[in-house]
Design a protein around this ligand. Structure first.
Ligand SMILES: Cc1cc2nc3c(=O)[nH]c(=O)nc-3n(C[C@H](O)[C@H](O)[C@H](O)COP(=O)(O)OP(=O)(O)OC[C@H]3O[C@@H](n4cnc5c(N)ncnc54)[C@H](O)[C@@H]3O)c2cc1C
Length: 476
């Protein structure tokens, strides 16, 4: 029996896509430079169907990858060529809202913002807020340990996940929580789909803060803005968010959404404070002082909800807005210690000049999480490769500054080759031992996060073809 027939028997023909043109939809995620065509896509509706599909893959030794909304920016949901994609989009039901205990149980395909929508009538919300939150799924957020503007104060996805139901690579179903023993739930969150497929997720939701104030400050340069970020934190204030946009990003975001950002600024900071009213008032005064001492040209505090939304619209539209000023962009996600932001941004400018490609910077400044967007034109010969090299050089600069390879987008396929910059062979071997305990055959999203054993020595680099794509599925 063919693989497709076997899958159709396991989950029903209406849950399997195998037509060549249709499966190509699943070739890549939001980082479109990495692509591979799967043999088939399974779209299960229940945990039992996920389990049935995984069992077919396990019996045949076929690699599979879970997929949420495909908004990932590290190639995490790229399939192995001729492998299987298991798309969780149909498992998009809110299963339970437990208001007294502030817990929500969801299917993995529920969009991030839909959790907040479900609990908003009770004065609650779900804190992790990736800029893609209208579409990205809670399953994808768990896999990537996703962050967002407000994670500076409230923590990343891992701080909000209470329980998981997981289908392991052999089809066994387990529940993970933090009730005691080893923190396997902690190991799963952020494992980039390499330890199994989350089929049910319980998250914690929080009460809406009493007061929120949002301030937009314009500065002559990113250096000046970076100094103010350090000054605010040094003053003992933990804002809900501190975001920075440089002049290139301001130009693109204004062209796209007209949020009222100052076009003549070298950089803007968007600072949000929330909590008890009296505490917010004091903190707002301190932030204003820091901005004034840090040479801010213009400081505006949103006076209405509409104005606050407009400030955020400018920030949240920033990635998509790059289309206004460049045919293509390659987004990176590195972290540096907050105090080293100014020098790292200077280094990025030097690299940008050296490679002859513009770089836009928009990022979570409060936690030193940079998102340099390397602008290029894919139609110009050699530019995609130059963009990839520049992006790699930026990552190296982040690691050299004492930072790391990713803050929230994950390592995925894109940065697996850079892992040796940060980790020794022993470190990587230890991670692989844990991975092998969950998935001894290495079938669950192989080649992501770190070289899976069979890929060692031949690690894929940015915009290079995945080895498995060249050599076919037998390799697995
Ligand atoms: C415009 C834009 C803005 C973004 N802003 C942010 C941001 O602010 N913060 C941030 O952290 N990220 C951001 N991202 C990246 C992306 O949205 C997140 O990584 C998100 O969590 C991916 O969710 P997804 O449903 O699209 O997952 P996918 O892209 O489909 O998959 C991502 C990874 O998760 C795995 N996976 C998916 N579902 C499951 C599951 N149920 N079980 C196990 N593994 C699974 C996949 O195998 C893959 O490795 C942004 C992306 C875009 C395009």
């Amino acid at each position: 029996m063919s693989l497709v027939a076997d899958l159709e028997r396991a989950v029903g023909a209406d849950a399997v896509v195998s037509e060549r043109a249709q499966v190509r939809t699943y070739e890549c995620d939001g980082l479109t430079g990495h692509r591979a065509t799967p043999q088939a896509v399974v779209l299960p509706r229940t945990t039992a169907e996920v389990r049935a599909a995984v069992r077919v893959c396990h019996a045949r030794g076929i690699p599979f990858v879970a997929r949420g909304a495909g908004t990932g920016l590290s190639g995490g949901a790229v399939p192995v060529a001729e492998g299987i994609v298991i798309g969780l989009a149909r498992m998009n039901r809110i299963l339970e809202v437990d208001v007294p205990n502030r817990r929500v149980r969801v299917g993995p395909g529920v969009a991030n913002l839909d959790v907040t929508r479900a609990v908003a009538p009770h004065g609650l919300y779900y804190a992790p807020d990736p800029s893609s939150q209208q579409v990205c799924t809670i399953g994808g957020n768990v896999a990537e340990n996703s962050g967002g503007a407000h994670c500076l104060k409230y923590g990343f996805t891992t701080n909000h996940v209470l329980e998981l139901e997981v289908v392991l690579a052999d089809g066994d179903v387990v529940r993970l929580d933090r009730a005691g023993g080893l923190d396997l739930l902690g190991a799963f969150v952020g494992s980039e789909g390499t330890l199994g497929i989350a089929t049910e997720i319980v998250v914690a939701v929080l009460p809406r803060p009493q007061r929120v104030e949002t301030l937009l400050a314009a500065f002559p340069s990113t250096d000046a803005a970076g100094e103010v970020v350090s000054a605010v934190i040094a003053a003992g204030i933990v804002p809900a968010a501190i975001e920075m946009m440089d002049s290139v990003t301001i130009r693109a975001a204004e062209a796209a959404v007209g949020a009222g950002l100052p076009l003549d600024a070298g950089a803007v900071l968007l600072v949000e404070l929330d909590g008890p009213a009296v505490e917010v008032e004091v903190a707002l005064a301190r932030v204003r002082e820091c901005c004034a001492a840090g040479l801010a040209d213009d400081v505006r505090v949103a006076s209405t909800e509409a104005e606050r939304t407009a400030f955020w619209r400018g920030r949240k539209a920033a990635f998509a807005a790059m289309g206004r000023i460049s045919p293509d962009y390659y987004v990176q996600d590195g972290v540096v210690p907050r105090t080293r932001l100014p020098e790292t941004l200077r280094r990025i400018s030097e690299l940008s000049r050296g490679y002859g490609l513009e770089v836009a910077n928009v990022f979570h400044a409060g936690d030193g999480n940079l998102h340099p967007l390397v602008l290029y034109d894919g139609a110009v010969e050699g530019e995609p490769e130059r963009a990839a090299e520049l992006a790699s050089a930026i990552l190296e600069a982040c690691v050299d500054a004492g930072g790391s390879l990713t803050g929230e987008h994950g390592i995925g396929l894109d940065k697996a080759c850079h892992m040796p910059l940060m980790y020794s062979e022993d470190d990587l071997a230890t991670m692989l031992r844990l991975r092998s305990a969950f998935d001894p055959k290495g079938l669950c999203n192989p080649g992501k996060a770190f070289p899976t054993p069979r890929l060692c020595g031949e690690v894929p680099g940015p915009y290079r073809r995945h080895p498995a794509e060249r050599e076919g599925v037998e390799r697995w």
